[in-house]
Design a protein around this ligand. Structure first.
Ligand SMILES: NC(=O)c1ccc[n+]([C@@H]2O[C@H](COP(=O)([O-])OP(=O)(O)OC[C@H]3O[C@@H](n4cnc5c(N)ncnc54)[C@H](O)[C@@H]3O)[C@@H](O)[C@H]2O)c1
Length: 317
């Protein structure tokens, strides 16, 4: 297939691009290397693909330019570009979220109308649920985001739905539950945890460690994206890792890999859901999605990446 991958320089986008190229597909990557975190990390991600005969990069800001050309050549669009992270979406930071999550998605969807796509796959988020009342949470749960980030991810999901219903775009929204693995963004907890462990620094745990998360290994997310590209499902699907653990359990598993951690418990931040847990039965039924990487194995794979790549001269926000 010819696939457009927006956000190809990012964590999930570069993982997907690598798999697509390995599988013999052609990838047109779109990214503008926002400064949400160290651009050097994104450049390194892209360096793996530049020069590959089946890869092209369009350095373009989706909030400003309609990617009509790339989209008209594509069979599938994977829309992974966005402004991630819950905590910086409050206050003055919100305008980047409205721009990169809502306006960019609307412009991209508009460019896709009439392009003859087989499928448009949007990277939505578990953050649209907020503090869900039902665990594991099915797609039918009422979305009630508790962060401005979650509001923008939900708004973009609604845009996808509107473009499906009114303009005939075949759209699947995948609600990712906390993705981890090699290449994870530096603002995310596991990346910070391994950086602290290997750098001899203190790791700050928000809350008392009893909050739970459904962590999803990035290869499972890539599987779900590829399955969604080939299925005919219009609407939203949860993509979780198949297990829910406390942060204290994560610390214990990481200590088995790195040795003792220096941990300090600090207050929680606004916008973080207390618990997340994906009911993946619908994704299993309509995509055949089955997460296959358990947390101990996923953490071990991330640890070996972190040991090799978390070099001290990189600066982090
Ligand atoms: N990582 C997770 O745990 C997680 C969980 C749920 C949802 N998601 C969603 O998945 C997607 C990918 O997440 P990630 O962790 O890889 O994030 P990331 O920040 O590593 O990647 C996003 C990429 O999008 C690019 N981008 C942002 N705005 C753009 C614009 N206007 N035009 C062109 N490029 C732009 C950035 O430069 C970046 O390379 C995001 O939409 C995020 O909201 C991620």
């Amino acid at each position: 297939m010819i696939a457009v991958v927006t956000g190809a320089a990012g964590f999930v986008g570069s993982s997907l691009t690598g798999r697509l190229l390995d599988d013999g597909h052609t990838v047109i990557g779109i990214d503008c290397l926002t400064k949400a975190y160290d651009v050097e990390l994104k450049t390194r991600n892209l360096d793996r693909f530049l020069g590959h005969p089946n890869f092209q990069l369009h350095y373009s800001d989706l909030a400003e330019h309609s990617p009509t050309g790339p989209v008209s050549d594509a069979d599938v669009v994977f829309h992974l570009a966005g402004q991630a992270s819950v905590t910086s979406s409050w206050g003055g930071g919100f305008s980047d979220y409205a721009r990169n999550n809502v306006e960019a998605t609307q412009r991209l969807l508009e460019a896709c109308v009439g392009a003859g796509l087989e499928r448009f796959v949007y990277a939505s988020s578990s953050s649209i649920y907020g503090d869900a009342l039902v665990m594991p949470t099915p797609e039918s749960a009422m979305p009630r985001p508790i962060s401005p980030y979650g509001v923008t991810k939900l708004a973009a999901e609604h845009l996808c739905d509107a473009y499906h219903r009114q303009r005939g775009l075949p759209v699947t929204s995948l609600r990712f539950f906390t993705v981890y693995g090699p290449g994870q963004r530096p603002d995310m907890a596991f990346h910070k945890l391994f950086r602290a462990a290997y750098g001899g620094d203190r790791f700050h745990v928000r809350g008392d460690g009893s909050a739970t998360r459904d962590f999803t290994f990035v290869d499972d997310v890539v599987d779900a994206l590829l399955l969604a590209a080939g299925a005919g499902w219009n609407g939203a699907l949860n993509v979780g890792g198949g297990h829910r653990v406390t942060l204290l359990e994560v610390l214990r598993l990481v200590e088995e890999l790195t040795g003792p951690l220096d941990v300090e418990f600090v207050p929680t931040l606004a916008g973080d859901a207390r618990n997340t847990s994906a009911d993946v039965s619908l994704a299993r039924e309509v995509l055949g999605y089955q997460p296959s990487v358990g947390l101990p194995e996923g953490l071990a794979r991330m640890a070996s990446w972190a040991r090799g790549l978390l070099v001290p001269q990189l600066s982090y926000p």
